[in-house]
Design a protein around this ligand. Structure first.
Ligand code: ADP
Ligand code: MG
Length: 250
């Protein structure tokens, strides 16, 4: 019998990657399984809430209050599961030649009503004629929206959000600069960890998901922030030397 040699570092790494992939797959499946009974609970709570809508007695009002609490917590679970599912699937991308400015504008249009409601002035400097990048538009939209929602939550009393795109030495970049609450050192060093959140009811998955999506595009996401002054996120994306099929960017 030939003696078994110790596994090489590459084999050890591969085994860990396989184990991680399997756990991520199971966790994703579990999240899906939880969503179905959860929506049944939500639906029934909604119906129960309607039954108590015109509560007249003290007892009925107390019951309605409890129903509302359960509804709120169900919503929280639902949001957490949705965030977790986008975190778990962040690596499967459908890349298409895209115009970064156009994609940024679409997300900003989507965000505009929320910004107006919170008193946030969005100022954009989108450099014209950027080179075409490869994007999974849905995933990119989600990543950017997470950053915009964080900026909004960091400026509850309103503020400014500067959005700019430009060419770099090795690709294109996007800056998002807010005048919000900013972060202290310990917060800055943990924000990309899954489930880290300083918000009540926060999932702590927005930034880790956004970063994973950008890295899956071959890009990078950087953060600068100062407590009480504001926060800047920079997303860098590579520009491919050749585009698949020389397709027109959208
Ligand atoms: N623009 C920002 N300004 C200040 N703090 C931020 C900003 N974006 C993120 N953070 C901090 O990073 C934490 C993690 O963000 P995220 O992963 O999106 O989770 P969540 O928004 O659910 O807390 C937030 O709880 C907050 O402390
Ligand atoms: Mg968030």
């Amino acid at each position: 019998m030939t003696p078994r040699s110790d596994p090489t570092p590459d084999e050890v790494r591969q085994k860990l990657v396989d184990q991680y992939t399997e756990i991520a797959r199971l966790a994703g499946a579990l999240a899906h399984e939880i969503k179905n009974p959860l929506s049944t609970i939500r639906l029934n709570m909604e119906l129960l809430g309607e039954d108590f809508a015109d509560a007249s007695s003290q007892r009925e009002r107390r019951a309605l209050h409890k129903v509302e609490t359960v509804q709120r917590e169900c919503q929280r679970l639902q949001d957490l599961l949705d965030d977790f599912l986008s975190f778990a699937k962040a690596h499967r991308l459908n890349l298409q030649p895209s115009d970064l400015n156009r994609q940024v504008r679409q997300v900003l249009d989507f965000f505009a009503p929320k910004a107006a409601e919170t008193g946030i002035e969005v100022i954009d400097y989108l450099t014209a004629d950027l080179p075409t990048v490869l994007l999974d538009r849905e995933a990119f939209h989600g990543a950017l929206l997470n950053l915009l929602l964080n900026a909004e939550q960091a400026m509850p009393g309103g503020g400014q959000l500067v959005v700019r795109t430009y060419v770099t030495a090795d690709g294109v970049a996007l800056d998002l600069i807010d005048t919000g609450c900013g972060m202290d050192g310990p917060t800055r060093s943990q924000v990309f960890e899954a489930f880290f959140s300083t918000k009540r009811g926060g999932s702590g998955l927005g930034l880790p998901t956004a970063r994973r999506i950008i890295e899956a595009h071959g890009g990078q996401m950087k953060l600068q922030s100062e407590l009480g002054h504001g926060t800047q996120f920079t997303i860098k994306l590579p520009v491919p030397a050749r585009l698949p099929g020389d397709a027109e960017p959208v």
